[in-house]
Ligand binder design. Structure first.
Ligand code: ATP
Ligand code: MG
Length: 289
Protein backbone atom coordinates (compact mmCIF):
# COMPACT_ATOMS: atom_id res chain seq x y z
CA UNK A 1 0.00 0.00 0.00
CA UNK A 2 1.31 3.42 -0.90
CA UNK A 3 1.91 5.71 2.04
CA UNK A 4 0.53 8.87 0.40
CA UNK A 5 -2.54 8.60 2.64
CA UNK A 6 -0.37 9.61 5.56
CA UNK A 7 0.37 12.92 3.86
CA UNK A 8 -3.17 13.39 2.57
CA UNK A 9 -4.74 12.63 5.92
CA UNK A 10 -2.78 15.46 7.43
CA UNK A 11 -2.89 17.99 4.65
CA UNK A 12 -3.12 21.44 6.21
CA UNK A 13 -6.66 21.95 7.33
CA UNK A 14 -8.79 23.96 4.94
CA UNK A 15 -10.75 27.05 5.86
CA UNK A 16 -12.77 26.68 9.01
CA UNK A 17 -16.34 26.25 7.91
CA UNK A 18 -19.21 26.67 10.32
CA UNK A 19 -22.39 24.78 9.63
CA UNK A 20 -25.09 24.89 12.32
CA UNK A 21 -22.45 26.04 14.84
CA UNK A 22 -20.24 23.03 14.11
CA UNK A 23 -16.63 23.67 13.15
CA UNK A 24 -15.73 21.57 10.16
CA UNK A 25 -12.02 21.88 9.48
CA UNK A 26 -10.26 20.21 6.62
CA UNK A 27 -11.87 16.78 6.72
CA UNK A 28 -11.84 16.72 2.97
CA UNK A 29 -11.91 13.26 1.46
CA UNK A 30 -8.54 11.64 2.06
CA UNK A 31 -8.87 10.45 -1.49
CA UNK A 32 -11.62 12.25 -3.39
CA UNK A 33 -14.77 10.20 -3.83
CA UNK A 34 -13.47 7.40 -1.65
CA UNK A 35 -15.84 7.53 1.32
CA UNK A 36 -15.74 4.27 3.24
CA UNK A 37 -18.85 4.96 5.31
CA UNK A 38 -21.54 7.56 4.74
CA UNK A 39 -23.80 8.44 7.66
CA UNK A 40 -26.71 10.52 6.44
CA UNK A 41 -29.42 12.08 8.62
CA UNK A 42 -29.37 9.29 11.19
CA UNK A 43 -31.86 9.34 14.07
CA UNK A 44 -32.12 6.54 16.60
CA UNK A 45 -35.10 6.17 18.91
CA UNK A 46 -35.10 3.52 21.61
CA UNK A 47 -38.41 2.18 22.88
CA UNK A 48 -38.60 3.43 26.45
CA UNK A 49 -41.29 2.39 28.96
CA UNK A 50 -43.00 5.74 28.59
CA UNK A 51 -42.46 6.15 24.85
CA UNK A 52 -39.59 6.59 22.41
CA UNK A 53 -36.21 7.86 23.68
CA UNK A 54 -34.28 9.78 21.07
CA UNK A 55 -30.61 8.75 21.42
CA UNK A 56 -29.26 10.27 18.19
CA UNK A 57 -30.52 13.16 16.13
CA UNK A 58 -29.66 13.94 12.53
CA UNK A 59 -26.14 12.53 12.52
CA UNK A 60 -24.44 13.22 9.21
CA UNK A 61 -20.77 12.71 8.38
CA UNK A 62 -18.55 10.56 6.21
CA UNK A 63 -15.72 8.30 7.25
CA UNK A 64 -12.78 8.10 4.87
CA UNK A 65 -10.41 5.18 4.53
CA UNK A 66 -7.51 5.14 7.00
CA UNK A 67 -8.92 7.83 9.27
CA UNK A 68 -8.52 7.37 13.01
CA UNK A 69 -11.74 8.93 14.28
CA UNK A 70 -12.22 9.48 17.99
CA UNK A 71 -15.72 10.27 19.21
CA UNK A 72 -16.09 12.30 22.39
CA UNK A 73 -19.21 13.36 24.24
CA UNK A 74 -20.87 13.38 27.67
CA UNK A 75 -22.13 10.16 29.20
CA UNK A 76 -25.40 8.99 27.69
CA UNK A 77 -25.05 11.16 24.57
CA UNK A 78 -25.31 8.21 22.21
CA UNK A 79 -21.68 7.28 21.43
CA UNK A 80 -22.19 3.55 21.92
CA UNK A 81 -25.48 3.77 20.05
CA UNK A 82 -23.67 5.21 17.04
CA UNK A 83 -21.08 2.45 17.20
CA UNK A 84 -23.79 -0.19 17.43
CA UNK A 85 -25.37 1.20 14.27
CA UNK A 86 -22.02 1.07 12.45
CA UNK A 87 -21.51 -2.50 13.70
CA UNK A 88 -24.99 -3.40 12.42
CA UNK A 89 -26.28 -4.45 15.87
CA UNK A 90 -29.16 -1.98 15.54
CA UNK A 91 -30.73 -0.08 12.63
CA UNK A 92 -31.29 3.67 12.52
CA UNK A 93 -34.86 4.88 12.99
CA UNK A 94 -34.31 7.40 10.19
CA UNK A 95 -31.53 8.12 7.72
CA UNK A 96 -29.01 5.76 6.23
CA UNK A 97 -25.61 4.28 6.97
CA UNK A 98 -23.68 2.83 4.06
CA UNK A 99 -20.39 1.02 3.80
CA UNK A 100 -18.85 1.07 0.33
CA UNK A 101 -22.20 2.39 -0.94
CA UNK A 102 -24.21 -0.51 0.52
CA UNK A 103 -26.66 -0.11 3.41
CA UNK A 104 -25.27 -1.70 6.59
CA UNK A 105 -27.55 -4.54 7.61
CA UNK A 106 -26.59 -6.87 10.44
CA UNK A 107 -23.13 -7.74 11.72
CA UNK A 108 -20.29 -8.78 9.50
CA UNK A 109 -16.64 -9.82 9.76
CA UNK A 110 -15.81 -6.68 7.78
CA UNK A 111 -16.54 -4.59 10.85
CA UNK A 112 -14.44 -5.70 13.82
CA UNK A 113 -15.60 -4.60 17.26
CA UNK A 114 -13.47 -4.17 20.38
CA UNK A 115 -15.33 -3.54 23.66
CA UNK A 116 -14.26 -2.27 27.06
CA UNK A 117 -14.68 -5.77 28.48
CA UNK A 118 -13.64 -8.06 25.66
CA UNK A 119 -15.83 -11.14 25.30
CA UNK A 120 -13.00 -13.66 25.05
CA UNK A 121 -13.02 -17.39 25.71
CA UNK A 122 -11.42 -17.32 29.16
CA UNK A 123 -10.47 -21.00 29.27
CA UNK A 124 -8.84 -21.06 25.86
CA UNK A 125 -5.37 -19.86 24.93
CA UNK A 126 -4.48 -16.56 23.29
CA UNK A 127 -3.74 -18.50 20.09
CA UNK A 128 -7.13 -20.26 20.07
CA UNK A 129 -8.95 -16.98 20.70
CA UNK A 130 -7.15 -15.17 17.88
CA UNK A 131 -7.75 -18.11 15.52
CA UNK A 132 -11.46 -18.21 16.31
CA UNK A 133 -12.72 -15.88 13.55
CA UNK A 134 -10.88 -17.33 10.55
CA UNK A 135 -11.62 -20.86 11.81
CA UNK A 136 -15.34 -20.15 12.05
CA UNK A 137 -15.28 -18.66 8.57
CA UNK A 138 -13.88 -21.96 7.33
CA UNK A 139 -10.48 -20.72 6.20
CA UNK A 140 -8.04 -23.61 5.77
CA UNK A 141 -5.73 -24.14 8.74
CA UNK A 142 -2.56 -23.68 6.71
CA UNK A 143 -3.87 -20.29 5.62
CA UNK A 144 -4.87 -18.88 8.99
CA UNK A 145 -2.16 -20.35 11.21
CA UNK A 146 0.58 -18.01 9.97
CA UNK A 147 -1.87 -15.10 10.30
CA UNK A 148 -2.55 -16.02 13.91
CA UNK A 149 1.17 -15.84 14.69
CA UNK A 150 1.49 -12.58 12.74
CA UNK A 151 -1.29 -10.83 14.63
CA UNK A 152 -0.22 -12.19 18.01
CA UNK A 153 3.19 -10.70 17.19
CA UNK A 154 1.61 -7.37 16.13
CA UNK A 155 0.06 -7.00 19.58
CA UNK A 156 3.31 -8.17 21.21
CA UNK A 157 1.95 -11.31 22.83
CA UNK A 158 4.12 -13.96 21.18
CA UNK A 159 5.59 -15.19 24.45
CA UNK A 160 2.08 -15.47 25.93
CA UNK A 161 0.47 -17.23 22.99
CA UNK A 162 -0.10 -20.45 24.96
CA UNK A 163 -1.44 -18.74 28.07
CA UNK A 164 -5.13 -18.97 28.85
CA UNK A 165 -7.08 -15.71 28.82
CA UNK A 166 -7.83 -15.87 32.57
CA UNK A 167 -4.07 -15.83 33.17
CA UNK A 168 -3.66 -12.44 31.44
CA UNK A 169 -3.77 -8.85 32.67
CA UNK A 170 -6.48 -6.44 31.49
CA UNK A 171 -4.12 -4.76 29.02
CA UNK A 172 -3.08 -8.12 27.55
CA UNK A 173 -6.73 -9.13 27.16
CA UNK A 174 -7.40 -5.95 25.22
CA UNK A 175 -4.44 -6.74 22.97
CA UNK A 176 -5.87 -10.22 22.30
CA UNK A 177 -9.18 -8.59 21.48
CA UNK A 178 -7.48 -6.23 19.00
CA UNK A 179 -5.62 -9.12 17.33
CA UNK A 180 -8.84 -11.11 17.15
CA UNK A 181 -10.59 -8.26 15.36
CA UNK A 182 -7.68 -7.42 13.05
CA UNK A 183 -7.09 -10.98 11.84
CA UNK A 184 -10.38 -10.81 9.93
CA UNK A 185 -8.95 -7.88 7.97
CA UNK A 186 -11.97 -5.69 8.74
CA UNK A 187 -12.66 -2.61 6.66
CA UNK A 188 -13.13 -0.70 9.88
CA UNK A 189 -12.22 -1.36 13.49
CA UNK A 190 -14.92 -0.18 15.91
CA UNK A 191 -13.68 0.37 19.46
CA UNK A 192 -15.98 1.33 22.35
CA UNK A 193 -13.94 2.78 25.23
CA UNK A 194 -11.56 -0.16 24.86
CA UNK A 195 -9.04 1.11 27.41
CA UNK A 196 -11.49 2.66 29.87
CA UNK A 197 -11.00 -0.02 32.52
CA UNK A 198 -7.18 -0.04 32.42
CA UNK A 199 -4.77 1.68 34.79
CA UNK A 200 -2.96 4.76 33.46
CA UNK A 201 0.36 3.10 32.61
CA UNK A 202 -1.20 0.12 30.86
CA UNK A 203 -3.54 2.43 29.02
CA UNK A 204 -0.63 4.46 27.70
CA UNK A 205 1.13 1.38 26.40
CA UNK A 206 -1.94 0.00 24.57
CA UNK A 207 -2.60 3.47 23.17
CA UNK A 208 0.95 3.51 21.77
CA UNK A 209 0.45 0.05 20.33
CA UNK A 210 -2.90 0.93 18.75
CA UNK A 211 -1.51 4.11 17.20
CA UNK A 212 1.43 2.20 15.73
CA UNK A 213 -0.78 -0.60 14.36
CA UNK A 214 -3.05 2.01 12.77
CA UNK A 215 -0.05 3.73 11.18
CA UNK A 216 1.52 0.48 9.97
CA UNK A 217 -1.64 -1.17 8.64
CA UNK A 218 -3.62 1.88 7.45
CA UNK A 219 -6.78 0.45 9.05
CA UNK A 220 -9.73 2.78 9.47
CA UNK A 221 -10.53 3.13 13.17
CA UNK A 222 -13.68 4.46 14.86
CA UNK A 223 -12.84 4.84 18.53
CA UNK A 224 -15.11 5.99 21.34
CA UNK A 225 -13.66 7.52 24.45
CA UNK A 226 -14.65 10.00 27.12
CA UNK A 227 -11.01 10.91 27.67
CA UNK A 228 -10.05 14.09 25.80
CA UNK A 229 -6.31 13.40 26.11
CA UNK A 230 -6.73 9.90 24.75
CA UNK A 231 -8.60 11.29 21.75
CA UNK A 232 -5.90 13.90 21.09
CA UNK A 233 -3.10 11.35 21.41
CA UNK A 234 -4.68 8.89 18.96
CA UNK A 235 -6.99 10.57 16.49
CA UNK A 236 -6.52 12.00 13.05
CA UNK A 237 -9.99 13.46 13.48
CA UNK A 238 -12.18 14.15 16.50
CA UNK A 239 -15.95 14.27 16.46
CA UNK A 240 -17.80 15.63 19.48
CA UNK A 241 -21.43 14.79 20.19
CA UNK A 242 -23.79 17.01 22.16
CA UNK A 243 -25.53 15.81 25.28
CA UNK A 244 -28.50 13.51 24.86
CA UNK A 245 -29.84 13.28 22.17
CA UNK A 246 -26.49 13.18 20.40
CA UNK A 247 -25.84 15.62 17.57
CA UNK A 248 -22.48 16.42 16.01
CA UNK A 249 -21.23 19.67 17.55
CA UNK A 250 -17.57 19.55 16.52
CA UNK A 251 -15.62 17.83 13.81
CA UNK A 252 -11.90 18.66 13.62
CA UNK A 253 -8.75 17.23 12.17
CA UNK A 254 -5.80 16.88 14.56
CA UNK A 255 -2.25 15.71 14.00
CA UNK A 256 -0.73 14.97 17.38
CA UNK A 257 -0.75 11.23 16.68
CA UNK A 258 1.26 11.78 13.53
CA UNK A 259 3.79 13.91 15.40
CA UNK A 260 4.16 11.22 18.05
CA UNK A 261 4.82 8.57 15.42
CA UNK A 262 7.03 10.56 13.08
CA UNK A 263 8.97 12.69 15.55
CA UNK A 264 8.73 10.47 18.61
CA UNK A 265 7.24 13.51 20.32
CA UNK A 266 6.67 11.87 23.71
CA UNK A 267 6.32 15.15 25.62
CA UNK A 268 3.74 16.55 23.21
CA UNK A 269 1.13 16.45 25.97
CA UNK A 270 2.88 19.37 27.61
CA UNK A 271 2.99 21.60 24.53
CA UNK A 272 0.90 24.81 24.36
CA UNK A 273 -0.80 23.51 21.21
CA UNK A 274 -1.93 20.31 22.91
CA UNK A 275 -3.09 22.31 25.92
CA UNK A 276 -5.11 24.61 23.67
CA UNK A 277 -6.98 21.73 22.02
CA UNK A 278 -7.49 19.96 25.33
CA UNK A 279 -9.02 23.05 26.90
CA UNK A 280 -11.20 23.75 23.89
CA UNK A 281 -12.60 20.20 23.83
CA UNK A 282 -13.03 20.01 27.59
CA UNK A 283 -14.90 23.29 27.63
CA UNK A 284 -17.12 22.14 24.81
CA UNK A 285 -17.96 18.83 26.50
CA UNK A 286 -18.42 20.35 29.95
CA UNK A 287 -20.74 22.98 28.51
CA UNK A 288 -23.00 20.08 27.56
CA UNK A 289 -23.46 18.70 31.04
N1 ATP B 1 -31.40 -0.52 24.85
C1 ATP B 1 -31.78 0.69 25.24
N2 ATP B 1 -33.06 0.99 25.51
C2 ATP B 1 -33.48 2.22 25.88
N3 ATP B 1 -32.63 3.26 26.01
C3 ATP B 1 -31.32 3.04 25.75
C4 ATP B 1 -30.82 1.76 25.35
N4 ATP B 1 -29.48 1.85 25.16
C5 ATP B 1 -29.18 3.14 25.43
N5 ATP B 1 -30.26 3.86 25.77
C6 ATP B 1 -30.30 5.30 26.08
O1 ATP B 1 -29.81 6.00 24.94
C7 ATP B 1 -28.95 7.05 25.33
C8 ATP B 1 -27.60 6.88 24.70
O2 ATP B 1 -26.95 5.73 25.26
P1 ATP B 1 -25.48 5.29 24.85
O3 ATP B 1 -25.17 4.04 25.57
O4 ATP B 1 -25.37 5.27 23.38
O5 ATP B 1 -24.61 6.53 25.42
P2 ATP B 1 -23.04 6.69 25.56
O6 ATP B 1 -22.70 8.03 24.97
O7 ATP B 1 -22.33 5.52 25.01
O8 ATP B 1 -22.84 6.77 27.14
P3 ATP B 1 -21.57 6.36 28.04
O9 ATP B 1 -20.53 7.44 27.83
O10 ATP B 1 -22.10 6.40 29.44
O11 ATP B 1 -21.11 5.01 27.60
C9 ATP B 1 -28.96 7.07 26.85
O12 ATP B 1 -29.91 8.00 27.28
C10 ATP B 1 -29.36 5.65 27.22
O13 ATP B 1 -30.04 5.64 28.44
MG1 MG C 1 -21.07 4.05 25.84
Amino acid sequence: MSDTWKEKLYEPAGELVQVDNVNYVGHEPVIEGEELITIDGVDLDYHGKTGPIKALENITFNIYPREFICVLGPSGCGKSTLLKILAGFINPTAGSVKLDGEEIVGTDWHRGVVFQHPPLYEWFSVRTNVAFGPKMRGLPKEEYEPLVEEYIDKVKLTEFADKKIYELSGGMKQRVSIARALINNPEILLMDEPFGALDALTRESVQDLTRQIWWDTGKTIFFITHDVEEALLLASRIIVLSKHPGRVIEDIQVNFSRQIIEDGATDLKFSPEFYKYREMLLRLINSQE
